[in-house]
Design a protein around this ligand. Sequence first.
Ligand SMILES: CC(C)(COP(=O)(O)OP(=O)(O)OC[C@H]1O[C@@H](n2cnc3c(N)ncnc32)[C@H](O)[C@@H]1OP(=O)(O)O)[C@@H](O)C(=O)NCCC(=O)NCCS
Length: 298
Amino acid sequence: MSIEFKEKREGSVYTVTSHEGGKLTGTAKAISDGLEWAKITDVSVIPEYRGRNLEKELIGHIGEALAGQHIFALADPELYSVYEELGYLRSKTSFTYDYNVTHETFAEWERQGLFLPEGYRFEDEFYPRKSFIDNGNVVKKEKVGEIRYTDTLEGASIEEINEVLSKAFGGHQRDLKKTEEVFRGSQKVEIAYDGDSIVGVARAVTDGESEALILNVAVDPSYQGFHIGWNIVVKLSAQLPGFFIFLNTHPGAVGFYNRKGFRRNRTAFCFSPGTMPPEISRGFHLPAGYRFPDEYQN
Ligand SMILES: CC(C)(COP(=O)(O)OP(=O)(O)OC[C@H]1O[C@@H](n2cnc3c(N)ncnc32)[C@H](O)[C@@H]1OP(=O)(O)O)[C@@H](O)C(=O)NCCC(=O)NCCS
């Protein structure tokens, strides 16, 4: 009998299931914004089908369903080599935040090897802050007035959101339609205003049950350095109480998350569409086959 795979998408949730003779044998799930970013949230196979490469097929199929996107996964150590065979690399730049989890629980998870210690830095990492994104000759505000935060897109100008994102990420003009699609398709948003002007944004996609992915955290460069970015992230996370919140950043912002309750993942893998020059990839990924000294080698 041969294994059959079925794909389904409902909102931000992608599911691939495997079946043999009508029996459900495995599942892979992911959350995604449908365009750019995705996280695999579950890969499970029923006991009698384990060790037969079905996990690899499920991960491969969900990767096909998410083609063209950056795909992240927090991997079970037994699946590290499976992810690697499929072209995933270990990510250095991803974090987890759980609004409800206590420090003790996180400490225990750290002991279990799921997270790196707060403040951990890899050799050669530029940290603390060094310019990664060139903001040109932006004039920084000397002070800002009261910033208003909202959790809705109602009344928000997508053009302004797009401007903040474009400016924050180095002035490269983003596609307005894409920005509109991903923001409207996100279940949670957080928008910061100075008066009527949007000065900071972020969004999250979620399965509505337990998993969430924070995306597009950005503050207008002239407003950076006034804790707006941090407030946005905390307020957005507070909209997702009890959720397992994942976010990926870039080497220049690792230090922003690496000290205030976001935990740096140790088991994260990432599949990037296209190729990255090695000098860029080095900041985001560990070398192929990398294992920490206490990890089993396979
Ligand atoms: C990263 C970003 C969102 C931070 O927003 P911000 O409003 O400037 O940051 P905040 O003022 O809230 O910073 C909070 C703290 O983190 C520190 N911090 C800010 N950016 C940092 C960085 N890139 N690296 C290390 N530390 C940083 C601040 O110095 C501040 O420290 P303090 O609490 O000791 O005063 C903003 O710089 C930005 O939009 N950058 C470009 C887009 C980007 O990189 N987004 C993140 C992708 S996930």
